[in-house]
Design a protein around this ligand. Structure first.
Ligand SMILES: *[C@@H]1O[C@H](CO)[C@@H](O)[C@H](O)[C@H]1NC(C)=O
Ligand SMILES: *[C@@H]1O[C@H](CO)[C@@H](O)[C@H](O)[C@H]1NC(C)=O
Ligand SMILES: *[C@@H]1O[C@H](CO)[C@@H](O)[C@H](O)[C@H]1NC(C)=O
Ligand SMILES: CC(=O)N[C@H]1CO[C@H](CO)[C@@H](O)[C@@H]1O
Length: 474
């Protein structure tokens, strides 16, 4: 039930002052893409895409090329491409340097959002404007949602808290509201979805900050939100990791800046990993029933909470800590190799290694590793970070010899958690929430495009035992 008071709240939302022209840039590219998709549908709908087998029907559809996803594609050899650009391309071509980014030149998630939406790399000005716009949109974060999240019962999983916060924003969805009026045409859906998406992304630092407060027994976030800094800076600030926040972690200015850069880099390179994995696919699926972005992404977040999907980063931290307690030094390769064999021989897995699609080292891992390598003074003394690097040199050979895994290389999870942990984020269950902040940009950009292109509700057919057995007999 939407009360009169809520509606009043809704109408008293402040109008945006700072506005980037992302929406206009997006509006410009939509007609061409719509036409392209129509032509394909009309002329090529009968062209076959690979062979779907019984193995894939009963095997979780693994590897089926059966979804349309406009922003990213995953090359098994090269890793992820964002609108065709690799991670090194993105790092080279886009860096935000302006006052709002603290004069730092890191790759920013705002630039990635722009790229995913429009297919074009933003200018520095455009990235800057988008940072400001997100900051300003966040000022409308509904206080009721804040109150709800801060009153969730103790001990609740951080991802459940995030999903509840997101789902409860649904009452402020402009898409849901317009849809209910019954006055918008299909061609305009994307416009309202876009508004919800940008608001959702803008609210994420605040939700994240309150969830972190909850799990660290603080009644409110450890820092203040500011509309004068970029999105990642706000995440860092609200976690108490900047010098202008409560700074419970006692970071020096330089280390605080580095942590903010880490959040920028991490959230920028994790925005998307094509459409098929659980969180992205769930968001797209729920959205295909015209669910608004809040409930769609809330569902995606619940997908990300599964141990086989978003939880690997925390497992890696546990694994490295445990290994360090069992070996005499992370510099001793013999001991590392022996330890790995003891793990493999007892049928356990080495977390952070291997990937469902990738067959080369994950370029996201390489980017995180380089972040550590560029700061030897910061990381040389950290046994876990040292072991993380050493393991990436030693483990592939062992895994290859063991022969059970198709990709013996480190994936991104083997670096990210351990770096957050290094700076003082010790709450392992919380890592996936930061992951969820980043993923929103990719999954929700696709949702805008789903509606802009008028993609239909997803409705695959299923086969019962009888049908499968009769196929087997043929
Ligand atoms: C928060 O409080 C609970 C209950 O008092 C306690 O079990 C938990 O260890 C505390 N957590 C932190 C991070 O202090
Ligand atoms: C590594 O550890 C092994 C086994 O504990 C030990 O025999 C060896 O001397 C160590 N090597 C170095 C270089 O410390
Ligand atoms: C699924 O998505 C996550 C988040 O981007 C990513 O880290 C992981 O590598 C993806 N898995 C596959 C198989 O693409
Ligand atoms: C889920 C959770 O841990 N909620 C806590 C959020 O913070 C307030 C204030 O410390 C607690 O009362 C909640 O239990």
């Amino acid at each position: 039930m939407i009360s009169a008071r809520t509606v009043r709240n809704f109408h008293s939302f402040r109008a945006l002052r700072a506005s980037s022209n992302l929406k206009d840039a997006l509006r410009d590219v939509i007609p061409t893409k719509r036409q392209e998709l129509l032509d394909i549908k009309k002329n090529y709908s009968d062209v076959k895409v690979g062979d779907i087998t019984i193995g894939s029907v009963i095997g979780g559809m693994r590897g089926n090329q059966s979804m349309f996803w406009q922003g990213t594609s995953l090359d098994p050899q090269e890793g992820i491409r964002f609108q065709g650009l690799t991670i090194p391309d993105c790092l080279n071509q886009m860096g935000g340097i302006s006052e709002i980014h603290g004069g730092r030149s890191s790759l920013l998630p705002e630039s990635m959002l722009w790229l995913l939406m429009t297919g074009k790399t933003p200018t520095k000005q455009q990235t800057n404007d988008l940072s400001k716009e997100l900051g300003e949109r966040a000022l409308n974060f509904p206080s009721k949602v804040h109150k709800l999240v801060s009153s969730l019962p103790e001990g609740m999983h951080p991802m459940t808290q995030l999903a509840i916060g997101l789902a409860s924003l649904n009452q402020y969805s402009s898409f849901a509201k317009e849809y209910e009026k019954g006055t918008i045409g299909k061609n305009d859906y994307w416009d309202y979805i876009y508004e919800d998406v940008l608001n959702l992304v803008a609210y994420l630092p605040l939700l994240t900050g309150q969830i972190y407060a909850n799990i660290t027994n603080n009644s409110k976030p450890l820092g203040e939100f500011s509309d004068k800094v970029d999105w990642s800076h706000n995440i860092a600030a609200l976690l108490g990791m900047t010098t202008d926040s409560v700074n419970k972690h006692n970071l020096s200015q330089e280390r605080a800046n580095d942590f903010t850069d880490l959040v920028r880099l991490y959230t920028a390179i994790h925005v998307d990993h094509e459409g098929g994995n659980v969180s992205a696919h769930t968001t797209h699926l729920v959205g295909s029933a015209l669910g608004d972005p809040y409930i769609s992404y809330s569902s995606g977040i619940m997908g990300l909470a599964g141990p086989l999907h978003g939880l690997a980063a925390q497992e890696v931290v546990r694994f490295l800590t445990e290994m360090n307690s069992k070996i005499s030094s992370p510099k001793n390769e013999t001991e590392i190799v022996d330890y790995l064999w003891s793990i493999l021989n007892s049928h356990r897995v080495v977390p952070g290694y291997g990937h469902a699609v990738l067959r080369k080292p994950d370029p996201r891992f390489v980017a995180m590793l380089n972040f550590a390598k560029e700061r030897p003074q910061e990381f040389n003394e950290d046994k876990n970070v040292y072991l993380m690097q050493k393991l990436s040199e030693v483990a592939p050979t062992v895994l290859m010899e063991h022969g059970k895994c198709k990709n013996p290389f480190p994936n991104v999870d083997s670096a990210s958690g351990i770096l957050f942990h290094h700076y003082g984020i010790q709450e392992l269950l919380f890592f996936t929430v930061i992951f969820g902040c980043s993923r929103a940009m990719g999954a929700l950009t696709q949702l805008v495009w789903d509606r802009a292109l008028g993609l239909p509700i997803e409705r695959p057919r299923s086969l019962d035992f009888g049908a499968i057995k009769s196929l087997c007999r043929k």
